[in-house]
Write a protein that binds this ligand. Sequence first.
Ligand SMILES: *Cc1c(COP(=O)(O)O)cnc(C)c1O
Length: 368
Amino acid sequence: MSLAAETVLELDLGALQHNYRFLRSKLAPACRMLAVVKANGYGGDATTIALELQELGVDYLAVAYVSEGAFLRDAGVTLPILVLHPQPANFELMVSKCLEPSIYSERLLNLFTQFAQAQKLVAYPVHLKVNTGLNRLGFDPAETVLAATAIQKEDALSLRSAFTHLAASEDSAEKEFTLKQLSAFDAILPALRQKGDDKFFAHATNTSGIINYPQAHYDLVRTGIGLYGYANEASLDKQLKPVMRLKTVISQLHQLKQGESVGYNRGHVAKDAMTIATLPVGHADGLPRALGKSVGSVILNGKHAPIVGNVCMDMIMVDVTGIACQEGDSVEVFGEQQSAEELAKKAGTISYELLTAVGGRIKRVVLR
Ligand SMILES: *Cc1c(COP(=O)(O)O)cnc(C)c1O
């Protein structure tokens, strides 16, 4: 365990490489990999992670918004970047940064076609999103074929890929539903391939889909959470390594007598004499307030120290009674000894939300 002198989010690039290789090993040699680095690389640091993945040989990147892709371009990322959820207001920035839109609706297709014509673009690569049951973004299957025809006829545009997104790839109880999604995609894929350009590819699976639906890897898989070390399944999580580790430090120790209280609203009252440690991390840093009142804990010298009382904006107090420690000692909030998934569960949420919530004011420390 490294010694942090303040609250830091460690980014372990060795773990990223390990996860990348593990996920690659699940793919046929010709299958390509897109890395999802939206939401600042799942809360880590999009630039550091994208540049490392580019070095490792990832084939494609995806972000949610145009601004995220522009940020990566400005940082020197040269890989093709798919924008999953572009808006017409950002077309100019998108094209100036060579970002490739997911076209998910007729309105977006019409507006982007007009824009591309006005800008005199030639064969600008676009990706068609098919809604097969998630009911979030995308054309219905039949509409997708019409949209593909329109794109094929339009000189300004070029159909680079078609894709769908699975609603429950991690959930074996929903296998039937998932297979229905895949067969809806399969039904239109030949028509889409025929209208695609010579680099056309099809894709459907996210991390859990890679593992649970190997028959649906198509030409490329999209992986996010797996690269960061989680796979929505305990046995698989063991084979992955957490890239992000949130570490903090003991600012101060207090000895409390029986009946004394801790924090706002006297959230905890000492039943007996106790020792508490104050740590510089709070709900403004993404630590859920739901983890207060002894619901969550942190790891201190190998032991769980429960969070006592209410989580403050910038601090928590933890019960260290009986744990040998002193001011300045390093503390793990999540990472190797307590996974983000375990801590998230206690807060009633998922690793994705806990990771992406890590606040911008926390320093990122890159470990190679
Ligand atoms: C976020 C996202 C992914 C990545 O999903 P993981 O579960 O993190 O692997 C893939 N595809 C789309 C469309 C997404 O929005």
